[in-house]
Design a protein. Structure first.
Length: 166
């Protein structure tokens, strides 16, 4: 069985889906819409997930800047042995998300993990990729799912081979 801390970001996003033009006039509306599109996950209560994510948002905004938000529950919502996921969503309009740089959010990565280690691994990969202009351009332009996944796999292969990805 695969070590749940070693999931590739590409596989996490394939599981969570890439969703385009999601309606929502606030982070809460958008997050609720993303949750509605998630695949069924054993033991995961969508209503509780929304509450947990919004409680996390109330502590500190997950709007990280450059138009990107990384909402996630404060506590891990998945049992060991459950497959984690990351949903990538593009809202239909720009959203105020209380980002540190004042930018409006155009891209959302919702992270739902099994453990702190797995969560931090996904967060680290997303953060790094979003700082690379090649990847950032893809998400800013709302590239097709296959192109986004291919680019993530390309980066993960480079990392596995000890090479830099730019």
């Amino acid at each position: 069985m695969k070590d749940k801390t070693e999931w590739s970001l590409a596989s996490l996003i394939e599981r969570g889906g890439v969703h385009y033009n999601l309606p929502g006039t606030s982070p809460k509306n958008l997050i609720a819409g993303i949750i509605d599109l998630l695949p069924p996950v054993p033991g995961l209560d969508p209503k509780r997930l929304l509450v947990e994510i919004m409680e996390r948002e109330a502590l500190v905004s997950t709007g990280v800047g450059r138009g990107i938000a990384l909402p996630h529950p404060r506590n891990h919502m998945l049992d060991e042995g459950t497959e984690p996921l990351v949903a990538l969503a593009f809202p239909s309009g720009l959203l105020d998300w209380n980002t540190h740089d004042g930018s409006k959010v155009h891209t959302v990565f919702m992270i739902i993990s099994v453990s702190a280690k797995q969560h931090l691994g996904a967060l680290s990969k997303i953060n790094f990729l979003c700082q690379q202009e090649k990847f950032y351009s893809l998400i800013k332009e709302r590239a097709p799912k296959d192109e986004i996944i291919f680019t993530i796999r390309e980066a993960e292969t480079a990392w596995a081979e000890g090479k830099n990805y730019k």
